[in-house]
Design a protein around this ligand. Structure first.
Ligand code: HEC
Ligand code: HEC
Ligand code: HEC
Length: 274
């Protein structure tokens, strides 16, 4: 398997020459938490940075109601229940399949155990100051890359923002929506995703537009005068009877523009296989 640090992705993004700022998004998510020393042990700081700071950084994003960037934040009363700390409510939500945090999928028990162990120890002061490093590692699970540059094809540039580039270059078809589905949250540009996944986009009129991923893991629906896309939209991804949904409506069908390698605009990273 090929492993890439996010720094490696900067070159790739520049090479395709299409406005995509996933590397910047990644460092800003890291920096959001590191603007103030967290006062937390490093293991816990790393877990929060990776799992939570995309939304619960020093300036909360994507509708998250509070920051979880420092020890003081974790000890503060929870917005929904001031009799409990943010740490207590966080641990509960990280184990609550009906309302999981991060949204969409319950994390592995080893992830919530990091928070639990710190709470059991009495929430001790730590001296970690991550300094804004982007810590996630990106893996191309399929170990298979698109290698034909801008040659027009439904299989082209998996992971890249299809609509943005077609509009910028004024080439390529006009799409209602398009993107790529991956087996993990952090996969590099041009890495092939998972085929045969059904993606349904539910538009503002309640119309459901469906598409299936191809051998690159790409899905797309071409624009059709009779079937416009009414924004805002939500989406769900279906595979072998399992479903993963986007809960918050968005204004654009350029899925990979937010679902970048690092995760941009509050998205947790790539569109994940259910
Ligand atoms: C993609 C964005 C996103 C990520 C990542 C995320 N959250 Fe949230 N979080 C939200 C949103 C939006 C809400 C408000 C809606 C809700 O409560 O479901 C929320 C609410 C919460 C609440 C409820 C607070 C209250 O008092 O009601 C807790 C606790 C929480 N998040 C903890 C976490 C933890 C811990 C992580 C990481 C393990 C995490 N979240 C990751 C977006 C996110
Ligand atoms: C970096 C720019 C760029 C990105 C990113 C990009 N495309 Fe394209 N695409 C093009 C260009 C340029 C053409 C036209 C090529 C030509 O005319 O030979 C094209 C053409 C196409 C065509 C038409 C092929 C044909 O036979 O006429 C399809 C389908 C397509 N792209 C799908 C996608 C999908 C799906 C994505 C996202 C996963 C995507 N593209 C991402 C630049 C891009
Ligand atoms: C403007 C940014 C944006 C765009 C565009 C966008 N998303 Fe999302 N997506 C998010 C955010 C933020 C979340 C996390 C909060 C949520 O689940 O609502 C998310 C979560 C998801 C999830 C669930 C979480 C996960 O790990 O997979 C799926 C599935 C998803 N999006 C699919 C799509 C599809 C399909 C499209 C294109 C039709 C799309 N998204 C376009 C921002 C975006």
């Amino acid at each position: 398997m090929r492993k890439w640090l996010v720094l490696g992705a900067v070159g790739v993004v520049v090479a395709v020459g299409c406005g995509d700022d996933d590397a910047n998004e990644g460092s800003s998510a890291g920096a959001a938490g590191a603007a103030v020393p967290s006062g937390l042990p490093c293991e816990l700081e790393d877990m929060l940075r990776q799992e939570c700071w995309a939304c619960h950084g020093t300036s909360p994003q994507a509708g998250a109601p509070m920051a979880l960037a420092t020890r003081a934040d974790l000890m503060a009363p929870a917005p929904s229940d001031p009799s409990r700390s943010n740490a207590e409510v966080s641990l509960a939500r990280m184990q609550d399949a009906a309302a999981p945090m991060p949204p969409g999928a319950l994390p592995d028990a080893t992830v919530s155990d990091v928070l639990r162990a710190w709470m059991d120890a009495g929430m001790p002061q730590g001296d970690c100051d991550g300094g804004g490093t982007v810590v996630f590692e990106s893996v191309c699970t399929s170990d298979s890359f698109w290698g034909n540059g801008d040659e027009g094809s439904p299989f082209m540039h998996p992971g890249a923002g299809c609509i943005g580039c077609h509009q910028q270059t004024d080439k390529g078809p006009d799409m209602l929506f398009g993107g790529t589905v991956y087996p993990t949250h952090h996969e590099p540009l041009d890495c092939r995703g998972v085929p045969d996944v059904v993606v349904e986009v539910i538009d503002g009129d309640g119309t459901v537009h469906a598409a299936t991923t191809n051998a690159s893991g790409n899905f797309l629906t071409l624009r059709d005068e009779d079937k416009p896309l009414v924004t805002p939209i939500t989406a769900r991804v279906m595979y072998e009877g399992r479903v993963r949904e986007m809960l918050n409506p968005v204004e654009s069908g350029d899925c990979n523009a937010c679902h970048t390698e690092a995760g941009g605009s509050g998205a947790p990273g790539r569109i994940l296989l259910p």
